[in-house]
Design a protein around this ligand. Sequence first.
Ligand code: PMP
Length: 428
Amino acid sequence: APPVSALPPVVGADLRVPLVTGGDVPYANLDHAASAPCLEAVRDAVDAVLPWYASVHRGAGLLSQASTRIYENARATVRRFVDAPPDHDVVFTRNTTDAMNLVAAVLPVGTVVVTFDTDHHAALLPWAGRRVRRVRAPRTRGEAVAALEAELSGLVADGDRVAVVLTAASNVTGELWPVAELAEVSRRHGALSVLDAAQWAPHRPVSVSELGVDFLAFSGHKAYAPFGCGALTGPARLLRSAPPYLRGGGASALVESVGADLRVTWAAGVERQEAGTPNVVGAHALAVACETLSGHWRGVAEHEDRLAGALREGVAAVPGVRPLRLFDDATPSVGVVSFGVDGIDPGLLAAALSAEYGIGVRDGAFCAHVATERLLARAGVGGGRAVRVSVGLGATEEHVDRLLAALRAVVASGPAWSYAQRDGRWVP
Ligand code: PMP
């Protein structure tokens, strides 16, 4: 195992939190799947770039030119990070949700959208106004490929244009979908593929070129950059020919006023889908996070696999705890583990882990209600809500050990403190 210092450090690693039972402990951030802590390298890079802060593209001044260069360098870095082919554009978005909604806006008219029903809501819901075919997620990865094949054969026989939405890694179970195979099936049927890489891009190298997907989206805040910037890559021919997703300054090459009417010619380049003043600092932060991760993939994977392995094994061994799984066959995973528990409300369990042990986890249905409810029912737990634990660069072995000890104690004997429900959450 590499020494932990070989990993890029994150900010806030020395944060201590008070316990309701007295004293304080180092905060155990086991909620990386929601948002990961910012890398120190990213914080320093943001600090260094702030003096160069000026609006991009439009200004003639030195700062504006510098800012434009920083922004376009960030685009080139993200392109390298996802290994996008030359005929693809990289568009900066707010996050994965924004990116998916942008895809929904640029898909050719009449495109039928195929999704698996266990996807995150960001992949399930942006397709309003289009025909959507929701495929029931099968029990093995092999069946997923066969199910998509069957679905596409029917649609293509009807002459439909199709876009297939794929998830790289489940935000509920961390399991990896067979993306390359699913993308190959899509391609063979002439369908576009759209990959939600929100839970994958921060953890393993991703290559648009090798996977052969058409669109790929991910969020900076899950990849160790701050909130507010994500990216979408996709074919330039689609992104530059569709009407702008947002209309306004920046996206318009030419606005002519004719009486009360505005005649608009939209920009021909990537800026067509980036209306408004862009998030230069966010793009730079995202790019530095990408670059830093790229230099540490081996260490990142070893660290996460070690923690995730201990977590999975430890959680499964706690009596009454029921881990959730999408697939019955052995499936590679990233460091996300969700479970239901017999006899204790997940919200109460999460509150006790926070208040009595200084551990941050998530409870609920994780914006993937179909998946969470189905997998809980399959595991024999009612209620439709689970607890999710997720690791990454801000998590340590001590955090995982503490979580497992806390879980054993709370599940066996209940919380040590008393809690009340307020506004739907448990509070000490
Ligand atoms: N897809 C997956 C798999 C996710 O886990 C998330 C975040 N929970 C999203 C999409 C949406 O990401 P964001 O909230 O950053 O838009």
